[in-house]
Each structure stands twice: as C-alpha cells, then as structure tokens.
Write a protein that binds this ligand. Structure first.
Ligand SMILES: [Ca+2]
Ligand SMILES: [Ca+2]
Ligand SMILES: [Ca+2]
Ligand SMILES: [Ca+2]
Length: 247
C-alpha cells in the first residue's frame, strides 16, 4: 500500500495500512528548502530506495535517497520546453517497465502533452512525449489503474464535469483505450493517486476540496471507475501532497 507525504520542508510521511488508514507521522529534511510548485517521489535510479523530485516551475531537482529518510546526491535540470513556466505538473511511474521510475511532466495549458524522462548515464536527458488534452484546470494522475502491471495516465477535471479520464499504458509510452468515469466536482481540489489498499490497482482521491485539508479517496474497481471503500481523513491544508510506496 502507498504512503502519503505532505511536503513543505521538512517532509512529513504517514504510512498506509491495508485498511486505508494513515498513521505514524515522521518528518525528515531535504538538504535545502525550495519554493516548490510540485513534488513527486519515485525510485528513479532503480536502487530500491525512494528518491524525491521537486519542481519550481522552471527547474526540476531530484534528490536520491540513501535510505532511512536521508538523501545523497542530486541532479538538477531545466524542464519547461513547450510549457508555460510554472504550470507543469510532475508525475512519476515506470512507464517502460524496466523497474526504474521515470519522471513525467504534464503541461495543462501549454500544449496538453505529457513528457517523460528516464534517469540514464547520470542525467535525465532523453524525452518521450504523449499529447492528450489541453485544459487549464486538469490535474494529471498516474498509476496502474487496470492492474495489468503497466503504468497508465489520467486527467481529472475537478471544476468542469468532474470526470476522470484514463489512458492505459503499454510500457512503450503509448497510452490508449480511454475510459471516463464521473467522480464529482470539487472546484479547488488537489488530485492524488496511489494503491491505498494494496490490491495492485491504483486508487484515486482528492484533497482540500473545501480548503480544509480533508482527504477523500475511493478504491479502484480496475475498469476506470472509483466506487468502493470511501475513506475520509484529515491532515493539513498546507504543503504539497505526494504519494508513493516507500521503504
Ligand atoms: Ca533510488
Ligand atoms: Ca522505467
Ligand atoms: Ca495499467
Ligand atoms: Ca487499490
């Protein structure tokens, strides 16, 4: 099951349980503080230890985890081609199935494309692209929403129809077979995803729907809908929420 992180600086982590309950808040520090607009976790170098990426609207900084909540070296690179600066959303997932997570960046109002970069030869230089939909208020999500072992991408539009659209990945940066499901309109909500009940299928939730820090999430039924096991839990309305499966 996945964990939730509330990041300002320090990072606060809560562990998930199979019942979808999050407990045991712990905090650890990144070496520097950032005015991050978005953040995401993943294992980008494939050593089994979670790493952390922050985005300030122009630049991504990736800190590589050393275990026990400590971070070692970092890689920093500009990432704003085809984006309106400051409006990109970070994602992570293993989109090519090689066991290492890629970094993703979605441009809601630039060109409506998802960009993906793998960590190879000590840099995040080569880029793959998948263009989908241009919409200022869309929130990008990612995970394995149909449980086939391949990473998928999704868009949730909280203040229009309130639908979640998912395209299913093939491990080659192609995403097809779009599904749509109604979740609900939550005008100011931050969207998040993760496998919160540990069944191998990615679930979905919203935070701060009423600007109060409340989290609501629903378990995936594996065909693009999120209808089961609604849970409600309070935290804080501050910080950036990040999910991941971290040792
Ligand atoms: Ca790592
Ligand atoms: Ca990969
Ligand atoms: Ca999938
Ligand atoms: Ca699940």
């Amino acid at each position: 099951m996945h964990f939730l992180i509330r990041m300002v600086c320090p990072i606060y982590i809560r562990r998930g349980s199979a019942e979808g309950v999050f407990l045991d808040e712990t905090a650890f520090l990144l070496p520097y503080s950032y005015s991050a607009q978005d953040a995401v976790g993943g294992d980008f170098d494939g050593d089994g230890i979670f790493d952390f990426a922050v985005y300030n609207g122009l630049k991504v900084t990736v800190w590589f985890g050393k275990g026990g909540g400590a971070f070692g070296g970092s890689v920093e690179f500009d990432w704003y081609a085809n984006l309106i600066p400051g409006l990109g959303q970070l994602l992570s997932g293993d989109y090519d199935g090689d066991g290492k997570d890629e970094l993703g960046l979605y441009s809601p109002s630039g060109d409506g494309c998802f960009y993906f970069r793998s960590y190879r030869l000590a840099s995040f230089s080569s880029e793959y692209r998948h263009c989908w939909s241009k919409s200022n208020s869309s929130k990008a999500i990612s995970g394995d929403f149909n449980g086939d072992g391949m990473w998928d991408i999704g868009l949730y539009n909280p203040n229009r129809l309130g639908n979640i659209y998912i395209k299913y990945g093939d491990n080659q940066y192609l995403f097809n077979g779009q599904t749509a499901t109604h979740y609900g309109r939550y005008d100011n909500a931050e969207a998040f995803s993760g496998d919160f009940n540990g069944d191998g299928v990615t679930d979905f939730g919203v935070r701060n729907a009423n600007d109060d820090g409340k989290l609501e999430y629903r378990f995936s039924n594996g065909n693009g809908a999120f209808t089961e096991g609604k849970q409600v839990w309070y935290w804080s309305k501050n910080g950036i929420l990040v999910t991941g499966k971290y040792p």
